[in-house]
Design a protein around this ligand. Structure first.
Ligand SMILES: C[S@@+](CC[C@H](N)C(=O)[O-])C[C@H]1O[C@@H](n2cnc3c(N)ncnc32)[C@H](O)[C@@H]1O
Length: 222
């Protein structure tokens, strides 16, 4: 059924209202209800985070993308999977804490496996060292996926020579501070760009990343 396309002001009001939701189960209920209109609403916002995150991953990837097994954490409706497919990644698993968002993702038919899991409260229902890369886009923030869940993302990622990278819009506004919480510590994480004042510089060449976790919340919708 065709729905009225919300204006930018209406979408901003909707998202602004969601920022006051501090309780995680209520936040996930918000996503359940938003799911049918999520893609249309973030299109109004010109939401670019999935394209930026996957572009960054693809630029650093030196082995055939079709061989890589990717986990898309907090996958939502599947916008990240669509970008991954565009870059040739086709073995994609997804998980999310919202059944409504997962249902939309399932309808896209882009994921080989989808799981319901609330990070911060539950462990990922997958074995350790399973994925060549883990993506989390638009979800690593207060009231959503907490930083304390990062070790769980690392657990399921195959070990490799390069550290995971973590980039958020906040880094562009504030000086980069390496995350040093559980599972972190000096040298555990790197920023894909320096200075913290603008978009990432073009990557020249990088070593083959066997394990990489990517996060981008540039223009994060909620
Ligand atoms: C802004 S959407 C981003 C979805 C998708 N990654 C994208 O970029 O379009 C945030 C997603 O994170 C999920 N989420 C939020 N907190 C979560 C948690 N603690 N565990 C699992 N999923 C969570 C929500 O259900 C929602 O689908």
């Amino acid at each position: 059924m065709a729905t009225h396309r919300r204006s930018l002001e209406e979408v901003c009001d909707l998202i602004g209202g969601s920022h006051s939701i501090r309780d995680l189960s209520q936040k996930l209920q918000f996503y359940d209800q938003w799911a049918p209109r999520y893609d249309q609403d973030v299109d109004v916002l010109e939401y670019r985070a999935p394209r930026l995150a996957v572009g960054h991953l693809a630029a650093a990837w030196s082995s055939p993308p079709e061989e890589a097994l990717i986990l898309d954490v907090a996958c939502g409706t599947g916008l990240v999977a669509a970008e991954l497919r565009r870059h040739g990644f086709c073995q994609i698993h997804g998980m999310d804490g919202s059944a409504g968002m997962l249902e939309r993702a399932r309808q896209q038919g882009l994921y080989r496996w989808l799981g319901l899991c609330t990070l911060g409260q539950e462990s990922l229902p997958v074995p350790s060292d399973q994925y060549d890369a883990v993506t989390i886009v638009g979800a690593l923030s207060e009231g959503q996926v907490p930083c304390s869940a990062l070790p769980e993302l690392l657990r399921v990622t195959k070990p490799g020579p390069t550290p995971p990278t973590c980039a958020t819009r906040r880094i562009w506004k504030k000086p980069w501070r390496p995350w040093s919480g559980p599972g972190g510590g000096s040298g555990c994480w790197s920023s894909p760009w320096s200075g913290g004042k603008g978009p990432p510089p073009p990557r020249k060449s990088s070593p083959a990343p066997q394990a990489r976790a990517e996060e981008a919340t540039a223009s994060s919708p909620a």
